[in-house]
Ligand binder design. Sequence first.
Ligand SMILES: [Zn+2]
Length: 275
Amino acid sequence: MPELPEVENVKLSLERLGVPGQVFERVELRRADLRTPLKKEMTRRLPGQRLRAIRRRAKYILFETEDFLLLNHLGMTGSWRAAGPGGGAGEDRRPHDHVVLHFASGLRLIFNDPRRFGLLELSAKDRVPSQLARLGLEPLSAEFTATRLFEDTRRVKAPIKNFIMDQRRVVGVGNIYASEALFAAGIRPTRPAGRLTHKEAEGLTETIQSVLRDAIAAGGSTIRDYRNSEGEAGSFQKRFAVYDREGQPCRRCGTSLKARILAGRNTFWCAKCQR
Ligand SMILES: [Zn+2]
């Protein structure tokens, strides 16, 4: 499943392709549904609309037009590719091409999704889609500060790892990123969130941001079959500090790394470096 860094890279790729500013000519729906119904409304309302911007919120991509918001989630296997002027390689028709956005310039964006857990939903621009209504802080935004993390964790007894992976608190910190950020900050994943000091909250906001930025710079890092919208595979091979390294020596102190299941997810840490 694509994580936040991969989705950010899809957004950046769409921007590089010059998608913002394009005017919709036609929306072609090749099936009735993905995870949710593909509503015909899209084919009537989008033509003539200019794309003002492409944004990312958590793992959603938001195509903003003058009057509408086209909400997209890649699900497990969704990807965009471009065809037509400036699009190049994606010209051929492939299995699982479910939606094609045709723009007046001749550019086309094709949504391919073999497992069909993806999502494309249209809403009025002044309405917040229900999927976005309860999302927590965006970790790479200015609102994600040490003070905010410190205050939000007060009196929280749940482990800090569960807290930073809770989408209602902070979005897009997947399991790998949580383990790596906690190691870099020297905080044990099992520590009750409410026991973080302000200084540790400072360290953790920094390490969460740096692991996400590193993953974005590497083109995304977590899954093998994912491709960004220019058709390049994200670079998967990343040298993790703790993730998936149970029993192996800590890269900092040499102690054998520990692992246990926390909130249903594999969790890795160094008992000496993380307190
Ligand atoms: Zn260590």
